[in-house]
Design a protein around this ligand. Structure first.
Ligand SMILES: Cc1cc2nc3c(=O)[nH]c(=O)nc-3n(C[C@H](O)[C@H](O)[C@H](O)COP(=O)(O)OP(=O)(O)OC[C@H]3O[C@@H](n4cnc5c(N)ncnc54)[C@H](O)[C@@H]3O)c2cc1C
Length: 303
């Protein structure tokens, strides 16, 4: 109920404008966001690398309303990829197709993403195309598949809450396309997604096994300790070495668990968002764990 309300609010543009420009909003978002500029993000990235953790930078923004905006997003990503390399940061980038113009022109979007993937291939880096709501799943997979065939250096994300995900994984595995497995963060109807968390978790574990067995360097993206333990146990039982996959988590969440995994010799990558358009991302983080609202309220009271 609260989750649905928060996810509904995450798409409200007026509220977004108001919250994003307020001092207080910025302060509260800093738990999950590395800062507003690329320099902020690179500073945080160096600290993360020094803890033995790699990262993927996400320039916040989605559902742009003009192709100029989409081109600006592409340029920031091109700059980010170059800076990662020049400053010896161990990381890559993650993007959303609606930020690259998908809702406005499929061709323009493809051209924007292609420039970035082409640069990533040249630099020996990698571009992860995040997965948005189920309205975009087909288009995302089609585009990633086409760009992968042309350049390599690109992968995507599959959400365990969707009924269709096993088929999508099989399709991408057949083409050796790298997959990040996550739960799924959008408001979806019971016609496309498991409504019960227990079913989502069960499906997550099944898909994790499929990926560890047949996937191309899969990323297991979750903060759920039980699923992480099951992943470790499954890999160990099947003789799958810890460098054949990686765990991923979001910046600002479960630092204790991140450190434990690194100390135990597992690969860990953090998703590090930066930029001014942080509101929808922030609201999805609140929706995942309404207890975060108490953290927010405590900060408000402290002021
Ligand atoms: C690296 C990465 C990339 C992602 N990319 C995508 C994407 O492309 N598309 C997409 O739809 N979703 C994406 N997600 C979000 C994902 O779908 C989930 O919404 C999110 O990870 C929460 O689910 P969970 O499995 O981690 O944990 P849950 O099963 O929700 O919770 C397990 C435990 O994790 C901790 N936890 C989880 N969320 C939070 C939080 N917000 N704040 C504090 N603690 C928390 C709590 O201890 C909780 O008990 C990504 C997640 C990660 C880690």
């Amino acid at each position: 109920m609260l989750r649905s309300l928060l996810l509904f609010l995450s798409s409200q543009r007026r509220l977004r404008r108001w919250v994003e420009t307020s001092q207080l909003g910025r302060k509260l978002s800093s738990r999950f966001v590395a800062g507003e500029t690329l320099d902020d993000a690179l500073r945080v990235s160096r600290r993360i690398n020094s803890e033995g953790i790699t990262l993927t930078l996400d320039h916040l923004g989605e559902s742009v309303t003009s192709l100029d905006e989409a081109a600006r997003a592409r340029d920031i990503y091109l700059e980010a990829l170059a800076a990662i390399l020049n400053q010896n940061v161990r990381g890559n980038v993650s993007l959303k197709l609606t930020q690259f113009g998908l809702d406005l022109s499929a061709d323009a979007c493809r051209g924007n993403v292609a420039q970035l993937v082409e640069q990533a291939a040249r630099l020996g880096s990698f571009v992860r195309v995040d997965m948005e709501s189920s309205a975009y799943t087909d288009r995302t997979i089609d585009l990633v598949e086409a760009l992968h065939a042309q350049y390599g250096s690109v992968g995507t994300v599959i959400q365990a809450y969707l009924y269709r995900s096993r088929k999508d994984i099989e399709r991408l595995n057949a083409r050796r396309i790298r997959i990040r497995l996550c739960t799924g963060a959008y408001l979806e109807s019971g016609t496309v997604a498991f409504p019960r968390k227990a079913d989502v978790d069960r499906n997550y574990v099944e898909l994790m096994k499929l990926l560890l067995n047949e996937g191309e360097y899969p990323a297991i993206a979750t903060h759920d300790q039980r699923i992480i333990e099951q992943t470790k146990a499954y890999a160990a039982a099947r003789g799958i070495a810890p460098d054949r996959f990686e765990f991923q988590m979001l910046y600002g969440i479960r630092r204790d668990l991140q450190k434990q995994l690194v100390a135990a010799g597992y690969r860990m990558r953090l998703y590090v968002p930066f930029g001014e358009a942080w509101y929808p991302y922030f609201m999805r983080r609140l929706a995942e764990r309404p207890a975060n609202l108490f953290f927010l309220a405590r900060n408000l009271l402290r002021r």
